[in-house]
Each structure stands twice: as C-alpha cells, then as structure tokens.
Design a protein around this ligand. Sequence first.
Ligand SMILES: *Cc1c(COP(=O)(O)O)cnc(C)c1O
Length: 402
Amino acid sequence: MSALRLSPVVQSLKPSATLAAAAKAKDLKSKGINVYDFTLGEPDFITPANVRQAAVAAMEAGHTHYTPSGGIPELKKAVCAAYKRDYGLDFTAAQVLISNGAKHSIHNVIASLCGPGDEVIIPAPYWVSYSALVELTGALPVIVDTSEASGFCMSADQFRNAITPRTRLMMLNNPSNPTGATYPVDQLEALARVAVEHDIPVLSDEIYEKLLYAGAGFRCFASFGADVAARTIIVSGVSKAYAMTGWRIGWTIGPVEVIKAMDNLQSQETSNPCSISQYAAVEALNGPQESVEAMRCEFEKRRDYVMGRMRPWREKFGVTFAEPGGAFYAFFNVNSSFGKPLAGGHTVYNATDFCTALLEQAHVALVTGDAFGAPGYVRLSFATNIETITAGLDRIEAFLAG
Ligand SMILES: *Cc1c(COP(=O)(O)O)cnc(C)c1O
C-alpha cells in the first residue's frame, strides 16, 4: 500500500457534478466539436466596467497586502449599507464576514455550527455542494423532498416534521439553484415561524436575490422580526448579481457569536479573501446599480424565450416543469422519455444517461438532476447567448422527438 493514503472523509467526497458535466463538454469542445453548453452556473457577462476599474485603482493604490481575515471594514460597511438601501434592514459590521465566495461562506457556517451526529435539514432539489459540505463535518443531511406541484418549495409542515432533537441547522436557497423556485412571502414567513418555535438556526443562501422574474418577490429571511433574525445566517455575494464569479467574494450576515467563530476558523484556514477583489466589491455595492438591472433584463428575455419553447413540450413529449421565478435555470422532468427510442437509437432509463446520450447525439450539455437529489430531472442554464439557446433547444427537441 502506498503511504499516500487519503483520509476517509476526502475519499467519500464526490467531485462537484456540475463542474464534472462542464468538463465533459469542454473535452468534446477541445476535439473541435461545436457543443451547446448549458451546464454553466455563472453569468456569461463580463464584470461591469466601474468594478473592473476599481480593482485597477486598488492595485495602483497599493492594496496588495493581507487585510483583516474577515474582510476590510469598507466592504463590511458597504454590505450593511446595501441591505439598508435594498431591504430596509439594519446590520452592524460585527455581524458581517467576508469570505472567498459564497461557497466558502456556506462551508464556514456549516463547519462552525455542525459536527458528528448532528442533522441538517436540506430541501431537495438542492445545490450540489450542500450535502457534500454537511457530510464533510460528520453531520447528516436530512433531505426533504419537495414537489413540482408545490413549485419546489418546502412547506412549514414538511420542515416541522423533519425536525428531531439532533437538528442543528436548516439550509434554504431562495431563489433556488437548480429549480429557479422563489418562495411566496407567506410560505417563507411560515418557515421562519417554525424555526423560532423549535429554535433551529437557518442558513439562507440568497445569492440569486437580484435575479427575479415574472413578478416573483423576494424577502430576506432575516426580515421577519428580531426573533427570526437571531436565528438567521444570510449568505450572499457578488458572483451572480454583478457577474463576478472569478473574483471570489461572498459574505455571511448573522449573530455576532457565529460571525466571530467563523472569522476564527477563516483566520486559520484561508486568511483574508483577495484584497483587490474586496475593493472591487465595495464599488459593486456602492456604485451605480444599473448594470445589475440590465443583466437581469437580459436573463429575463432568455427565460421567457426558453419557457415559450418548452411549454409545448408538456403535451408533445410529456416533459414537466415548474416555471422559474428567479436565478437562471430551467429544471425539467424527462422521465416520460425513459425506455423509449430517442434520436440516434438511444434508449435511456435515468437522467444521468439521458444527459450522456444527449451530449453524444446532439452535442447538448445539461446537468443531471441526480446531482441535485432530483432523479428524472435535468438542469439547463440559460446564462448563455440567445443563439446558443435557440440552436440548443432545437436540438433537444429533435432528440426528444426520436
Ligand atoms: C453560485 C452559487 C453560490 C456561490 O457562489 P460563489 O461564487 O462561491 O459566491 C452559492 N449558492 C448557490 C446556490 C449558487 O448557485
């Protein structure tokens, strides 16, 4: 046996399925094949010019050193000001921690609150990393399946019924990746009441808060009163709203004790997030917000186009879906095509094989719902240009038609 024995927890870790699907698509592309890639979980736009310029200015001003581990005071202040401006909420800088992207924020929250034997309630379909990050701490993900009929929203009763004496955390993602679900305000408030009643902390991942369509509303989970805010840990960041995925800036807002613990952890594991990115994020939050709305409008056009194309698929192919109120994903059920001949002589029996056959046959890349705890479903990201969307949908249609 080699001395390079991996730890059991790392051995059990699966690679991110979305990144794996994107890698497969990239591999085909490198062979010169024109791939219609809908695996991307990030805006296709370039970061707004004012933000890019702020980064240059920060470098030129010499902001190239370590910063406080939990982020520069200017950015914490900008986060507080943004929540005041956008939602009328009052937070102090001591309640804010800046991390290396919202994914890092989520990891820090879970690592700070959970350990072996604890249970974490996660409504499915869920973002791929949630269950993996929970398992990394030795805690147990408790998956609550939501239905297409409910718009993929967990009810207060479902939440209540999943609670045990070992429950340490509930993780919510609103708007949701992969479903695009947006919680109606009364349903969100009902969840908040259950959290208070049973004293369960809630991690509310609100990274898609600025990407809302078709009259969908948004409420920050901490906005339902002081008793709710005392149990809420908000995670968000600049990646999706400002097209800043590569800059790696996310934040957590929560009770001071939790933030302090997370800062301790972060000071040992990564130190501060990139100094230059932090200054760029200050400009993103404090500067003009028009680019956020311009990108949202473009996403909404694509969403409307995709939905317009997909609605006839219900009757034609038995494809089912709930229309997304936010984020940039169409999430649809293709199990009516299982066991039937598809184009190119393919027959598939699950969503993972569906995606593989679709990629081989039609050179269209989607992500399997199996990765999100949603068998039978596939995820299409419309964060790509309309030409690719049009041609890709044509090809999916031809594949389904057999
Ligand atoms: C993209 C995404 C994140 C985190 O993005 P970062 O780039 O790490 O800030 C978090 N949650 C969900 C659901 C996402 O889709």
